[in-house]
Write a protein that binds this ligand. Structure first.
Ligand code: RIB
Ligand code: CA
Length: 327
């Protein structure tokens, strides 16, 4: 089992990523830390607890992280994720609270003690605060997989920037810069690969046929997101970015790409753009693995196999999951 921390801004696709991680026996989730992004960090923490309750995993501690970007004015994404951050599903509140310690202090403390991996699914504000104060802690990051950025794919909140890195560009710039200085790399699961991961109505219906309870939970939190994609991009379905980062962390064959030095623009019209030096103009050591290819069918079989449960508790076989190919 690999020990991980999920740093996120739940958020609909963050919720799906948590569902996948909790149902993956390869992972030991030490904690969930939240950061202001899709929704403010305290609301994200409440949402993480709601998802953990749905999964009967309230044993996983949740720490509240930074409530605003390092410098920029905080701009949320509730237009996309709903006023409650979970597609206006308004799931029942969870009585048990979040941890008192801040996410930044928790991350600092655990990284002082041990090597651990981080799957980052939101703006990098928490990570920037930890590593700018103690850059040596980067050596205790076994692997950092970040959903964020884009190489050749266009932005989703500006012509050139992806939301997580646009929301707090200074934090992303600091983390990429420090990873280069400390000789570690960030696995960047950007829009180039996540745009291929579309939860279509067919796929959703199929999930509900296989496992009504979990399928209907996914339907409940993604309906608002489906509407947003139709209104904004004329897409039938919704791009579920974050769970791909979890799937890739577990199974490297989920995505392929290349190593490169990457910097993040922090100001002006290119705010949040990931500048990937794929042609090595700057002759700098790689600080990133840029994932550019993925296989949506492989991802959805991986996701369904773990998140959906058979009535008799047995494992799905290929025959049952193969049907997806015929959609
Ligand atoms: O740009 C997509 C990313 O921003 C996803 O992680 C989504 O949840 C938001 O955080
Ligand atoms: Ca997210």
């Amino acid at each position: 089992m690999r020990k991980i921390i999920i740093d996120c801004d739940p958020g609909i696709d963050d919720a799906l990523a948590i569902m996948l991680a909790v149902n993956s026996p390869e992972l030991k989730i030490a904690a969930i830390t939240t950061v202001s992004g899709n929704v403010p960090s305290d609301m994200g923490a409440v949402n993480a607890k709601k998802v953990l309750k749905q999964l009967n995993r309230l044993d996983i501690p949740v720490y509240i992280g930074e409530d605003a970007p390092l410098r920029e004015e905080y701009i949320d994404a509730r237009d996309t994720h709903g006023m409650d951050g979970l597609g206006e599903s308004f799931l029942p509140e969870v009585s048990s609270g979040c941890e008192k310690q801040s996410a930044v202090d928790f991350l600092t403390e655990i990284l002082e003690k041990e090597k651990i991996s981080i799957i980052a699914l939101g703006p990098m504000t928490n990570l920037a605060k930890v590593f700018s104060k103690k850059p040596h802690l980067i050596r205790n990051v076994e692997e950092l997989v970040s959903m964020g950025g884009n190489f050749r794919s266009h932005g989703n909140c500006s012509p050139v920037a992806e939301y997580n890195y646009w929301c707090d560009p200074d934090a992303a710039a600091i983390v990429y810069d420090l990873f280069e200085k400390e000789g570690n790399i960030i696995h960047m699961i950007g829009l180039d690969v996540t745009r291929e991961i579309v939860l279509t109505p067919n796929r959703l219906e199929y999930m509900c046929r296989l496992d009504k309870e979990n399928g209907e939970f996914i339907r409940k939190i993604t309906g608002f997101y489906m509407d947003f994609h139709w209104e904004q991009e004329g897409i039938i379905g919704c791009v579920i970015n974050d769970p791909l980062a979890v799937a890739y962390f577990i199974d490297r064959s989920m995505c392929s790409g290349f190593d490169s030095f990457t910097a993040v623009a922090t100001d002006g019209i290119c705010r949040g753009q990931t500048v990937v030096d794929s042609m090595d103009f700057w002759k700098k050591e790689p600080n990133s693995r840029i994932l550019t290819e993925t296989d949506p069918e492989k991802f959805f079989r991986f996701f369904m196999e773990r998140v959906l449960k058979k009535e008799d508790g047995s494992k799905w076989n290929d025959e049952e999951l193969k049907l997806l190919h015929e959609l």
